[in-house]
Design a protein around this ligand. Structure first.
Ligand code: SF4
Length: 406
């Protein structure tokens, strides 16, 4: 059985390096101006060249998202970008627009093409159609179940099938939604969703604006439009049996901590599955790691059902037990200490873990110092602090903090 690929979002160069550090097989990145993600989750072509070089040195593939729905005014830029990506050695482009596909086929005929989930591929005839257009891999619509995916695989065995395995779910069909554009002028279809489907709504009669009706399922909140997050780490055998070759994690806008924690947990799981596929059973500690990142409760989405979204329930409106503290910048061997770039407030006494690919180390937060060795009781975003550490740790390792109320 072919090992399934772990495909991780890399919204910028830092997150790409984090994904490499924690064991991604491949990363996907946005190209400035041409992906379905906001500018904060895109890379310039220069950054991309650096990222591709570093990834390839570690044997990791880089897929570049060009999944904008291009206007004619975008086409010169698409053409130029496609040529640059081919020169830089991108391993594939991800697209959804037939016009963009035509430009790729014409200008970079050897550049492999993956079809974005935005193309809503839901059946074997569509998969065969795209295959005949030169598309190698299909990122199937999230609304399919595993039985349907298995049937597609049997009908079109020569196509590579990729699915979303982890991350936020959308109430709209494969993200085709104007709610965010309508509510605050930030379009999901341009990759800039502000998730208004998860806001709390009330109904107001026009002449009595100060007297809203609550739209509620219980006393605290309405969950009518809120979905739990997808998590398929327990079901790797079922996914492999359906013929899927790549597991995609959602979240190019998420933090480096999210990238670290999800990559690490799925790496452990995929390695365990590969070593003993017949007896794979997801250990509780893998799930516990995923519970420590921001989530809204987990669901298997549509994979075992027909057209089903699982609403957030009152006790799972929003969960997060840990957040990002910072990352290791370098290890000072003579002094046996790690220099950390702080990203969120850190106080003496905080419970902080250092995440390594195969281990978690608790740090003593009573002993951190500033760059001159002076003891600190608190540090903020932008501080550079030293933690004493007897063992050398690599740059790029992420530190997380247990939140006070968790
Ligand atoms: S508003 Fe909600 S349903 Fe619409 S695209 Fe954003 S996450 Fe999806």
């Amino acid at each position: 059985m072919r090992a399934m690929e772990l495909l991780i979002p890399a919204g910028n160069l830092e997150k790409l390096r984090t994904a490499l550090f924690y064991g991604a097989d491949a990363v996907y990145v946005g190209v400035a101006g041409l992906s379905l993600r906001a500018e904060s989750a895109e890379m310039s072509l220069d950054e991309l060249a650096t990222g591709i070089g570093e990834a390839h040195r570690g044997g990791v593939k880089v897929y570049a998202a060009l999944n904008t729905f291009a206007r004619d005014s975008d086409l010169p830029s698409v053409k130029e970008t496609v040529g640059a990506l081919a020169d830089q050695g991108a391993d594939a482009v991800i697209l959804s627009d037939p016009g963009v596909l035509a430009l790729v086929r014409r200008n970079a005929p050897h550049l492999p093409v993956h079809l974005s989930t935005q193309a809503n591929t839901t059946n074997s005839a569509a998969v065969r159609f795209w295959l005949e257009q030169g598309v190698r891999r299909m990122v199937l619509a999230r609304e399919l179940n595993l039985a349907e995916i298995g049937a597609i695989r049997r009908e079109v065995p020569e196509a590579e099938l990729e699915i979303f395995a982890h991350g936020a779910m959308c109430m709209a069909y494969s993200g085709r939604c104007f709610l965010s554009a309508f509510r605050n002028r930030r379009s999901a279809n341009r990759g800039d969703c502000t998730q208004p489907c998860r806001w709390e709504y009330r109904m107001v009669e026009a002449t009595r604006p100060g007297d809203p009706f609550r739209v509620e399922e219980d006393a605290r909140y309405s969950y009518l439009l809120s979905s739990k997050d997808l998590c398929m780490i327990e079901y790797l055998p079922e996914i492999a049996a359906a013929g899927v070759v790549s597991l995609k994690v959602e979240g190019r806008m998420k933090s480096p901590y999210y990238v670290a924690a999800v990559t690490r947990a799925y790496r452990w799981a995929l390695d365990a599955f590969r070593n003993d596929p017949a007896h794979y059973c997801c250990p509780p500690e893998f799930l516990a790691e995923l519970a420590k990142i921001s989530n809204r409760g987990y669901t298997t989405g549509f994979y075992f059902a027909t057209e089903r979204i699982t609403e957030v329930n009152p006790d799972e409106k929003y969960r997060q037990t840990h957040d990002l503290v910072g990352t290791v910048l370098e290890y000072d061997r003579p002094q046996r200490r790690a220099l950390v770039g702080v990203r969120n407030r850190l106080s003496a006494g905080d419970e902080v873990d250092l995440l390594l690919p195969d281990a978690t180390i608790g740090l003593d937060t009573e002993t951190f110092t500033d760059e001159h060795g002076l003891p600190l009781r608190e540090a903020h975003n932008g501080y550079r602090v030293y933690f004493p550490l007897p063992e050398e740790v690599p740059a790029g390792a992420v530190l997380r903090r247990k939140l006070p109320m968790s």
